[in-house]
Design a protein around this ligand. Structure first.
Ligand code: G6P
Length: 486
């Protein structure tokens, strides 16, 4: 009998899913709360009947710590993790041009439909190529037959074809966590960049997107930039076929739902509620990002106070903003705008006993976050553009009884959460009407909607997403093999 080749899953992303935290005289590992981490855990720990079995997982990503800190650190700590890790140490200057430059001042604004924010700089593209190249070299050092490579997100779009060139038979999946824009937007990139980015992705066997629309945009781009046709989302390259498919990212539903029932969360909830007795609570939480539509949301809330003065002193908006990408100028400018706007609204409407907006610029712990979701009568999630938006899904999962989600129709999640009140995030009067509709919604209607939404989130969690992607990747590979033997 031929010996069985061990199956290894290699996850590749810009960030590693943990940080090194210095505690007095020792350094510890702190895992991030990210969905992919919990999906991998539940995939490995849960019932794996019918799912692809892996013998091990390796995670490759850029290091947010120095090579020295890594060398000095007690590797027994790594035993805590259900995967092995390989950090890549990138020169600080190169990383700055790649991350703050091409990733977050070029690709991010363009893919989120902010073309006027896009910086065009050949030097940052060169750094982007260099970092993708370093990832590729590291992968090629470790990749063996039987490995499944799964590359994540816009920071690494050149990587699939870099690996494919050296290893034509490799199994490579790619998932884009942000929107793939319409060709009218994508075409604004400098010609060599758009060609290289498109070719880069075509190195994969399966390319996943959150929505059907993003898949269609990508197929159109491939046709326009490279001239390759497609049939039912299968792209026909001269030497092989590959697939572009929709996989709407889910959340770890029970993690949020069960946490909402914990004693400590209940206690915190009572505490928050008593601070705002007899008031409706609106809640939102986002990374500080111009794509999240925070200033537009504030304008919508102000319209509500203006249009419905009877609600003044009876409602409060708790707005949590999490620091992000602080070196990129557009992010800093946004922070100032948000804070000015909040100051203005509070100044105009506050009374001695009431402040309309409670603002926090900080990180929330997981339990604090679930308490906030659970206590909030309304989750107001209104990005101007968002690949998916998991906050909307987390808000729904954290409800025990009722709650109303107001969601931007420009978030990928709107495709799945049709029972929410969907709004145009640019239209402040529509947002004001939506807030009124939410505060007046009968409890029974809220309960029914939340139940339907929760069932949908339970039916396709992040673990289903992961299993679905890996299964289709294997199927695409098999399909290619049958095509080759014909
Ligand atoms: C989005 C992107 C991720 C990114 C995350 C946080 O969700 O799709 O790739 O990791 O934002 O951004 P950051 O720049 O802090 O990694």
């Amino acid at each position: 009998m031929p010996e069985r080749i061990p199956k290894r899953l290699i996850i590749v992303s810009n960030r590693l899913p943990f940080q090194l935290i210095k505690q007095a005289n020792r350094t510890e590992i702190k895992e991030s709360d990210g969905g992919l981490v919990s999906a991998l855990k539940s995939y490995f720990e849960g019932d794996r009947d019918g799912q692809i079995q892996f013998d091990s997982i390796l995670w490759i990503g850029s290091a947010e710590f120095s090579e020295k800190a890594w060398m000095d650190f007690d590797k027994d700590e790594l035993e805590k993790l259900p995967y092995t890790v390989e950090p890549i140490f990138i020169d600080k200057k190169v990383y700055h041009k790649y991350y703050n430059g091409f990733c977050n001042a070029t690709l991010w604004p363009l893919f989120h439909y902010f073309p006027s924010f896009v910086e065009f700089d050949n030097k940052t593209f060169a750094a982007y190529e260099e970092v993708n190249q370093q990832f590729s070299e590291r992968i090629l050092m470790t990749l063996t037959p039987g490995d499944i490579l799964w590359i994540h997100d816009y920071q690494l779009m050149l990587l699939p074809s870099m690996v494919r060139k050296k290893l034509p038979d490799a199994t490579i999946g790619f998932f884009l966590h942000i929107p793939f824009p319409s060709f009218e937007i994508f075409r604004l990139l400098h010609r060599p960049w758009k060609e290289k980015l498109t070719e880069g992705l075509l190195g994969a066997d399966l390319i996943g997107f959150h929505t059907h629309e993003y898949v269609q945009h990508f197929l159109k781009t491939v046709q326009m930039v490279k001239g390759y046709d497609h049939q039912f989302r299968t792209i026909l390259l001269p030497d092989r076929v590959l697939k572009a498919e929709m996989f709407p990212l889910g959340i770890d539903f029970s993690k949020f739902h069960n946490a909402a029932l914990l004693h400590q969360v209940m206690e915190r909830k009572t505490e928050i509620k008593s601070n705002f007795a007899d008031k409706k609570i609106i809640f939102s939480v986002d990374r500080l990002d111009y794509t999240k539509g925070i200033t537009h949301r504030l304008a919508g809330f102000e319209s509500f106070l203006e249009n419905h003065p009877e609600w003044r002193e009876k409602i409060v908006f708790i707005l949590v903003v999490v620091p992000s990408r602080q070196i990129v100028s557009k992010y800093n400018e946004r922070k100032k705008l948000i804070e000015e706007e909040i100051g203005g609204i509070n100044g105009r409407y506050a009374t001695l006993g009431w402040q309309p907006i409670i603002y926090r610029y900080n990180y929330l712990s997981f339990h604090e976050l679930v308490s906030m979701y659970n206590v909030a009568d309304i989750g107001l999630i209104t990005p101007l553009r968002d690949g998916m938006n998991l906050v909307a899904k987390e808000y729904v999962a954290s409800q025990t009884d009722r709650g109303v989600l107001i969601l931007s129709e420009l978030a990928g999640a709107a495709n799945e959460l049709g029972e929410a009140i969907l709004v145009n995030p640019m239209d402040k009067d529509e947002m004001s009407d939506a807030i009124l509709q939410a505060v007046l919604m009968p409890a029974e209607t809220q309960r029914q909607k939340i139940q339907v939404l929760q069932q949908r989130l339970k039916d396709y969690t992040v673990t289903h997403w992961l299993a679905d992607f890996l299964r289709q990747l294997e199927e695409t590979k098999q399909h290619q093999r049958t095509q080759q033997t014909k």
